[in-house]
Design a protein around this ligand. Structure first.
Ligand code: H79
Length: 432
């Protein structure tokens, strides 16, 4: 009895703290009523008007690709599913509980010796993205496991140590750039298996020394990525919620300055850093940190007003969760092309970019269902793209018929598009 009580209090607390932690980026924002002195607040205007940011605003549709060592198991190992033991397919290294294979972490950390994607063809991916209508893409250089898909000088845990050897990030950047698709690099700050990483704020001298080493390493890798792939347009940061990073606000503030100085026009979302009061995404005065709101992960805002005029992206999985390759989609509600088109139109009608995730397998091939969805989305986009690219919110009451978007370009031309029954009908152009 006692045990059960304890457990339920604990889980209630976990749910509550998760809700609290998430509250800031899933609903309407509560603007602070008092102005605070903030030294490590925002470094950029709320609404950048330079060409790079104007281009970002016009993308409409993007592609996310999660690829790494987790693609090899594909959310299972030797016929046993990780569904009950790991939070998501790209989180499979954390597999625990009864179903976890013996010595799993060690097995996972050695997967790099097997990473040899025989069917990987970056040009084929880029062609597929182009046909789908993606204007930009976000690629995982390094996820939480810390394995780098580029030949980084700053860690041995990288692609050159795999049988594949070649620089995957370069192949992706070159192929997408050649297709005219802008590339952004996903970068997880937190690393599960780095001995210098800490989740809590460093306390002892030894911890401080180690974590400072980690901070320097992170900076080196980011500068290296900008040196190696100068074509990229921005970073999509992740894994920045631990107290170690939160308390390093002086370092991250200066790092943001340095990244921007090195790469003019660079686009960074609100997930990169926080102010000195630990406020993430928005500083203590409610000002957005970074160039666009980066909290819409697997969820969309219900009301346009929630966005408070900020730029934003929505990143979305096809299965309910799971960004890396997941071999078995059975028994899960996987979004249909219609669902995704509805989400796309909702997003662009609220001035956001919709970014659809793909998780290629260990050989470099997309999941067969992803291939189908990419084709169906592309077919729809070929007819309706005008209502998606470069469009803006329309200040009209919501309609159950679909979504309004408008284009108001130089020539005084003013079109309003209504998407009706999204797939079966084309958009209607209301005024010309
Ligand atoms: O790469 C994919 C996921 O693996 C990664 N982001 C996408 C793009 C991801 N990692 N973790 N999560 C998503 C969810 C993490 C949620 C939590 Fe927290 C981290 C719960 C508690 C700590 C962030 C901070 C959300 C609430 C507080």
């Amino acid at each position: 009895m006692k045990k059960i009580f304890k457990y339920s209090v604990l889980s209630a607390l976990t749910v509550l703290s998760c809700q609290l932690a998430n509250a800031q980026w899933t609903g309407p924002k509560v603007k602070p009523t008092e102005k605070k002195e903030v030294k490590y607040g925002t470094l950029t205007p709320k609404h950048r008007t330079d060409p790079a940011m104007e281009k970002f605003r016009d993308y409409g549709l993007g592609q996310f690709i999660h690829w790494g060592l987790y693609a090899i198991p594909g959310n299972e190992w030797e016929g046993v599913s990780a569904r009950k033991g790991a939070a998501a397919s790209e989180w499979i290294r954390t597999w625990s509980g009864e179903t976890a294979p013996k010595g799993w972490k060690k097995t996972y950390d050695n997967l790099y010796k097997k990473f040899d994607p025989k069917d990987f063809d970056a040009n084929a991916w880029a062609k597929q993205a182009k046909d789908m209508g993606a204007k930009y893409m976000i690629f995982t250089t390094k996820q939480h496991d810390g394995f780098a898909l580029w030949p980084t000088k700053y860690s041995d845990y990288n692609i050159t140590k795999s049988p594949y050897k070649k620089d995957i990030v370069k192949e992706v950047v070159d192929a997408y750039t050649a297709q005219g698709i802008d590339v952004y690099l996903y970068f997880s700050v937190l690393e599960w298996n780095n001995p210098d990483y800490l989740t809590k704020e460093p306390q002892t001298e030894e911890e401080k020394k180690k974590y400072n080493k980690f901070l320097q390493y992170t900076k080196n890798q980011l500068m290296e990525l900008l040196d190696l792939y100068p074509e990229i347009k921005g970073f999509w940061f992740d894994g920045t919620w631990d107290q170690s990073w939160v308390k390093a606000y002086d370092f991250t503030y200066n790092l943001e300055k340095e990244l921007r100085a090195k790469h003019p026009g660079l686009i960074i979302g609100s997930r990169f850093r926080n102010d000195e009061f630990g406020k993430r995404h928005f500083d203590s005065n409610g000002e957005i940190l970074g160039d666009y709101e980066q909290g819409w992960e697997r969820k969309l805002p219900q009301e346009y007003e929630w966005l408070d005029g900020n730029d934003w992206d929505a990143v979305m999985t096809i299965p309910p969760n799971g960004w890396g390759y997941m071999k078995d989609w059975s028994g899960l509600y996987t979004k249909t092309t219609d669902d995704l088109l509805d989400m796309l139109m909702q997003t662009v009608s609220m001035n956001g970019n919709f970014v659809l995730n793909f998780g290629p397998d260990g050989n470099g091939l997309m999941h067969p269902e992803e291939d189908i969805i990419a084709k169906e989305l592309g077919d729809w986009m070929k007819v309706n793209a005008e209502a998606v690219y470069g469009v803006r919110h329309v200040d009209l009451p919501k309609t159950k018929l679909g979504y309004y978007t408008q284009k108001d370009k130089n020539l005084g031309l003013y079109h309003i598009y209504i998407s009706v029954n999204i797939r079966s009908n084309q958009f209607l152009r209301v005024c010309g």
